[in-house]
Design a protein around this ligand. Structure first.
Ligand SMILES: [Zn+2]
Length: 306
């Protein structure tokens, strides 16, 4: 099983269909679960696809269109009913605070666990969460209301071992433990083991970016630099380009071109308009521009972050 993967809970735009629920994904990195958007019905999808509710400590809401957040009050209520005590941090446009406060005041539900909303207001890429294992940034998109994308970059705590050098130097395993963290070791006789002599750079970091909803715009590629797996909306096909422009959405061709320009390893497309019965044409259209791994995502499936 991969230690970095995304489970798609909803891949439809605006209207849920019998096959596709509205936007939501769970990104799993080692033992952490991040929820990305929370369209109506997300908690049912989580049950269906066996996502452990209470393991989610951070939620990222791209924007306040109903198909991306209307499931949130219900999910929080359920967590409460299940006896959650651990806090939740929600990264979202600022107006969400008022919405949730009004709902919980009117319903009389008193949430036992604390939740904080970190308001997203940036006009460039900014770090919103960073620790020793992951760095998460948010950046503005180009939609009808304030909308944000998110980028998740893995961080390595350890360098790779240079096996040949370690063998030749007969390095004590205890010293090796220090060297792989990027620190030199001073021995009792005053000599120094340099970590650079016994280690190799870590493997290329995997970076997952979540990019929905947005019309293409100049500068987006700068926010998405380093991305290795890109989730990008592809609401329409090129023959509905005018409609895409009007509603500030993208086409499958837009997603394919951007992914190719960025040089990502994998492109995941979703947020398909309900007018399409299947996603074959989206794949064909994006394929004209993008030559790496390509998927039109389906609810309930896992996609490895490459
Ligand atoms: Zn939207």
């Amino acid at each position: 099983m991969s230690d970095f993967k995304v489970t798609v809970l909803g891949s439809s735009s605006a209207l849920p269909t019998l096959q596709r629920s509205t936007s939501s994904q769970v990104l799993r990195y080692h033992n952490r679960y991040f929820l990305l958007d929370c369209g109506e019905g997300t908690q049912v999808q989580m049950r269906k696809y066996q996502i452990p509710f209470q393991r989610i400590n951070e939620i990222f809401i791209s924007h306040l269109h109903g198909d991306h957040f209307l499931g949130l009050p219900g999910l929080l209520s359920t967590m409460n009913l299940l006896g959650r005590t651990e806090g939740i941090t929600i990264f979202a446009p600022a107006a969400l605070v008022q919405i949730l406060t009004t709902i919980f005041k009117a319903t009389g539900d008193r949430l036992v666990f604390p939740f904080i909303v970190i308001p997203l207001e940036m006009d460039r890429e900014e770090i919103v969460l960073e620790d020793e294992t992951i760095r998460i940034t948010a950046f503005p998109l180009n939609h009808r209301v304030p909308t944000f994308g998110f980028k998740f970059k893995e961080k390595f705590r350890r360098l790779k071992v240079n096996v040949a050098a370690v063998k030749e130097g007969a390095i004590n395993p205890i010293h090796l433990q220090t060297l792989v963290t990027g620190r030199d070791v001073e021995l009792l006789d005053g000599s120094v083991l340099r970590y650079k002599d016994f280690t190799l750079p870590p493997p290329q970091a995997r970076v997952f970016s979540y990019c929905t909803d947005t019309a293409p715009f100049k500068g987006l590629e700068d926010y998405l630099r380093e991305t290795t797996t890109l989730y990008h909306e592809a609401t329409f096909l090129m023959n509905k380009k005018e409609r895409a422009k009007k509603t500030f959405h993208s086409t499958a061709a837009d997603a394919g071109k951007l992914a190719q320009e960025l040089g990502v390893k994998k492109l995941l497309m979703g947020h398909f308009s309900g007018r399409y019965n299947d996603s074959k044409a989206h794949l064909e259209e994006a394929r004209l521009h993008f030559n790496q791994e390509l998927f039109a995502v389906e609810d309930g499936l896992d996609y490895r972050v490459s």
